[in-house]
Design a protein around this ligand. Sequence first.
Ligand code: URA
Length: 206
Amino acid sequence: PARAVAAMADQDPKSLDELNAIIRKTEPLVPGATQAVLGEGPIGATLAFVGEQPGDQEDLQGHPFVGPAGQLLSRAMAEAGIDRGASYLTNAVKHFKFTLRGKRRIHEKPTAGEVSHYRWWLDRELDFVKPKLVVALGATAVLALAGKAIPITRSRGPYRFDRHDDRFQGFITVHPSYLLRLPDEAKEEAYAAFVGDLKRIATLGH
Ligand code: URA
């Protein structure tokens, strides 16, 4: 990994396309992923959303937030009046990591070391996209953007990421997959709170 980081720092992509070409041909830090899943959305998007890492469906289809969590995110964005197609969606880590359980590929959370390995890409990506507001979806995105672990429950809402303070406003909320894992009786309220966050995000983006 140390050599990979040095190699990354030597790269000097001049555009998001050049950066994505580098990401696409770089081997996953942990072997297994089908492909790198790149960020998607227009350059100059007002809002950027950062997730954790691609899931099973994202890995197979090659697009971010297309599996169950992504579909929940889409629904919540629509309810909050956010145009998903006008937003930039990406992940802290660009390759799916999993353990096999029978034939099922079970998502495995990236380590802090993996997050910092991929952080250079995320930073450069956001340099090119230049969003006004960046939303961290869950703890891994927070770790990537802040450069340190921050408890989400205490810091949920508008947040100043010191490393990026001159470049964009920040916002911390939960990851949509957290909502999927909640027991049924807690889901509705947590989902409503998530939509509430997205409505605030929409307002801050104006
Ligand atoms: N979860 C994420 O964090 N990102 C995706 O792209 C899909 C699920």
